[in-house]
Design a protein around this ligand. Structure first.
Ligand code: SAH
Length: 339
């Protein structure tokens, strides 16, 4: 048994059953052995792969979208990009690489990276060492108020946040707990994975902060993640992944990625009514609207046969309904404030 699993057991033995979010906080964020503090979790050689890691086109299209949104408000503003959970820094890298081609934009750009993991912060620092004006913070609240246009970005960030689960029907909801069963294993207080209602306390903290920023300065928030509007969703959506394969949430806390399907309806409900929320769309539709097919056609003629295969398969992976095109959704909201 790993040291972290032992400590989780001891905690339960001493204090009684723990809530699901408590378990997830220990498994993901334990400063010594938590999953996000581990090396090499994201990418082909890690446990899971994200859109920016699949192709640079993802970041390039988002860069063009940011420039379009910023310049439609007022390109005299400085551009502040806040990325929550930057992983290996690839998305910000590809955005900056694109912005650098427009010197007037690049010179006015400030990057704020919100990263809880000291290890990933180092990976990001190395990846972004050729770019200027980048600051790191461990929480969104720590990012100073930005005067100028603020673009807040979160790709596969919300799914990582610890959730609470409740079981039963609306009039008799009970919080789902984790205890040690008679066989000496971790177990849920309610084994039935149906009739589960999930909430995520961190959504509110983060959305309140985003609301505050976008009430007082012009800007937007772009959230891309797996999930849906969760109308009447009553199932357990927790998923553990290790080495690109499904695992069990209790098997190896600290060694497996545990995430949940994002509830975009809650995110929308938490967005301040002064903001303009666009309808939720699929990642496939979003990337097509931003011109992924056109960008592919630009790149293909100059590519080798092997690169052509890679580009085609990467774009299909991001947009096709069988892969990430449909399960991943895009939430976008803008402030109505123009000064
Ligand atoms: N956006 C990246 C990585 C997604 S993985 C990509 O698309 O490749 C989730 C990222 O969020 C990791 O960088 C992780 O360390 C960070 N993270 C998770 N929970 C966090 C929290 N509560 N506060 C700040 N960063 C967090």
């Amino acid at each position: 048994m790993s040291d972290l699993k032992k400590r989780i057991f001891e905690h339960i033995q001493q204090n009684g059953p723990i809530t699901v979010d408590h378990y997830l906080s220990m498994a993901l964020y334990d400063p010594k052995d938590g999953y996000y503090f581990k090396e090499g979790i994201i990418g082909r050689d890690g446990d899971f792969i994200t859109s920016p890691e699949i192709t640079q086109i993802f970041g390039e299209l988002i860069a063009i979208f940011i420039i379009d949104q910023w310049s439609s408000i007022d390109s005299n503003y400085d551009l502040h990009i806040i990325e929550c959970g930057p992983g290996r820094g690839t998305l910000t890298h590809d955005i900056l690489n694109t912005l650098k081609q427009y010197n007037a934009v690049y010179e006015r750009t400030h990057i704020h990276l919100v990263e809880i993991s000291p290890y990933l912060k180092e990976v990001q620092q190395e990846k972004l060492k050729d770019y200027q004006n980048i600051q790191w913070y461990t929480s969104l609240e720590a990012v100073p108020h930005c005067s100028g246009y603020t673009f807040i970005l979160a790709n596969e960030f919300f799914d990582a946040l610890p959730i609470k689960q409740y079981s039963g029907h609306s009039h008799q909801k009970k919080e789902r707990m984790i205890f040690i069963n008679d066989h000496g294993n971790l177990s849920f207080s309610t084994p039935d994975n149906n009739h589960i209602h999930e909430t995520c306390p961190a959504y509110k903290i983060i959305m309140d902060n985003i609301n505050l920023r976008l009430q007082s300065a012009p800007g937007s928030v772009l959230i891309i993640d797996y999930g849906d509007e969760a109308k009447n969703r009553t199932i357990n959506t927790l998923q553990a992944i290790q080495d690109h394969k499904l695992a069990h949430v209790f098997d190896a806390p600290g060694e497996v990625d545990i995430s949940h399907q994002v509830n975009f309806k809650t995110l929308r409900d938490l967005t301040d009514s002064s903001m303009l929320c666009y309808p939720l769309i699929t990642q496939g539709d979003f990337l097509k609207q931003l011109g992924i097919d056109l960008r592919l056609q630009q790149l293909l003629p100059g590519a080798s046969a092997e690169q052509r295969m890679q580009l085609l398969s990467a774009c299909a992976r991001l947009t096709s309904p069988q892969h990430m095109g449909e399960i991943f959704k895009v939430f976008y909201a803008t402030s109505r404030c123009s000064e």
